[in-house]
Design a protein. Structure first.
Ligand SMILES: [Fe+2]
Ligand SMILES: [Fe+2]
Length: 188
């Protein structure tokens, strides 16, 4: 199983993609916080970007990652997936409120802030509890990651969002790596 361990502590592709998204929205929430005294348009643009990124990310997890977890996670850990799905629903309610808000006022700031705190908690649970449980399934998660990367590109295009460069690079690198790997395992 030495092959399952990659040098440099690289994550399986599916996990790397999701973590790249997590870091990106955290950065956007920080930016919003910095712009708190700034003009309304900048804030609205940032908040809309946050909502778009989170919507695409949640859809990706719900369509591909969570169903995969339901098949591969230990039965006694399944409540983690249930909880994550409930958290997605609450986040979506808040996202809808932000997207539908007429004014960028203190209530708007409060909603963005609460969404940020909520997402932070959710991300910690995903990364510290769920990802930890499946991280060893490198090959399966690399394969799932390919599918997720393709779906993510579609979702981003549909929503008019820009595909993250880090995720693109990871996907390209992975393709190259897999090619070589398959060559080396040609006799299988
Ligand atoms: Fe999630
Ligand atoms: Fe996530």
């Amino acid at each position: 199983m030495a092959r399952a361990k990659k040098s440099g502590g690289a994550q399986p592709l599916a996990i790397e993609l999701l973590m790249t998204d997590h870091r990106k929205v955290e950065m956007l929430f920080d930016q919003y916080e910095e712009e708190k005294e700034g003009d309304e348009e900048t804030k609205r643009t940032l908040a809309q970007q946050i909502c778009g990124e989170l919507t695409a990310h949640a859809q990706l997890e719900e369509e591909l990652f969570y169903p995969w977890l339901r098949e591969n996670l230990d039965e006694e850990k399944m409540e983690l997936v249930e909880e994550a799905e409930v958290e997605h629903q609450s986040a979506k309610d808040l996202i809808a409120q932000i997207e539908g808000a007429g004014e960028v006022d203190e209530t708007y700031d409060a909603k963005v802030k609460v969404l940020g705190e909520y997402i932070k908690h959710h991300v910690q649970e995903e990364e510290n509890e769920i990802f930890e449980e499946v991280r060893e399934m490198q090959e399966e998660l690399d394969e799932l990651g390919q599918e997720m990367a393709a779906r993510k590109a579609e979702l981003m295009e549909e929503m008019g969002l820009e595909m993250d460069e880090g995720a693109m690079a990871a996907m390209q690198q992975q393709k190259g790596g897999r090619g070589k790997q398959q060559g080396a395992r040609g006799s299988r």
